[in-house]
Design a protein around this ligand. Structure first.
Ligand code: BTN
Length: 252
């Protein structure tokens, strides 16, 4: 069983706190100029994408954020970093469970057996069209089995593999090397192929709420700019989506 003292992030010890408002909010204004990773047992104001809350039962899950300073990464390539991080999480989970068990729902939700088990919040601090610093917050549902009513599609590792109670440090130990690898090379690597291979229901017809109506569309995967492409098989029209706010996945 892993203990926190064994873990490092880019050769620095990782920080742990029992309770904090949000690990990402802690790192965003930090004056420290090297990579730092902080894990919290409980967040009082955990944040998700688009100002949503991220709720996580105390001590059951992984809630952590890290800061990193990319070298010479233009803002137009920021999506590669985000893809690289999602792939790192998927690879880490697959190492723990089985190959090809975790998938990405565009742009960076982590799914296991049709359930959202994790989310990633990437925030960038930019100057002169370059990404100077990123703060990445990752929430992974590990041992929690009850979720609020409104989170219809939430799940956890335990929810899906009930006979195992996971040690969250073991999971972090599997994720960190993958994250370190991915973020170091993400300004030079093109993840399009690997990303699409890990994309949930790639090349399948999926049901979504898009343009104010329920539609069945073929999931064509992401293009080289990281946008999601979907095709209406009746009209042959191809839609290019660049914000997850435009579209809602309807799970069935
Ligand atoms: C999402 O909406 O899917 C992204 C969720 C990100 C949650 C994590 S938990 C650790 C970090 N601190 C936060 O306040 N949010 C992120």
């Amino acid at each position: 069983m892993t203990s926190i003292s064994e873990l490092t992030f880019f050769d620095s010890p990782i920080y742990y706190c029992q309770e904090i408002d949000s690990t990402s909010d802690f790192l965003k204004p930090s004056p420290i100029q090297y990579p730092v990773l902080i894990v919290a047992e409980y967040q009082t104001h955990g944040r998700g994408q688009y100002g949503r809350n991220w709720q996580s039962e105390s001590g059951k899950n992984l809630c952590f954020s890290f800061q990193y300073f990319p070298k010479n990464l233009g803002i137009e390539n920021g999506f590669k970093l985000s893809q690289g991080i999602a792939l790192a999480v998927v690879r880490g989970i697959n190492k723990l469970i089985a190959p090809k068990s975790a998938f990405i729902k565009w742009p960076n939700d982590i799914l296991l057996e049709n359930k959202k088990i994790g989310g990633i919040l990437v925030e960038s601090i930019c100057s002169e069209n370059k990404i100077h610093k990123i703060v990445v917050g990752i929430g992974l549902n590990v041992n929690q089995i009850h979720f609020p009513e409104e989170l219809k599609n939430a799940g956890s590792l335990k929810d899906i593999i009930p006979n195992i109670t996971w040690n969250t440090w073991d999971i972090l130990k599997a994720l960190i090397p993958e994250i370190e690898k991915s973020i170091q090379i993400s300004n030079i690597t093109d993840y399009q192929t690997e990303y699409n291979q890990c994309l949930y229901k790639f090349n399948e017809v999926i049901e979504v709420m898009y343009l104010d109506k329920t539609q069945k569309l073929l999931n064509l995967g992401v293009d080289k700019h990281g946008n999601w492409r979907l095709k209406n098989l009746d009209s042959n029209q191809v839609y290019t989506i660049n914000s997850s706010r435009e579209i809602e996945y309807l799970y069935n």
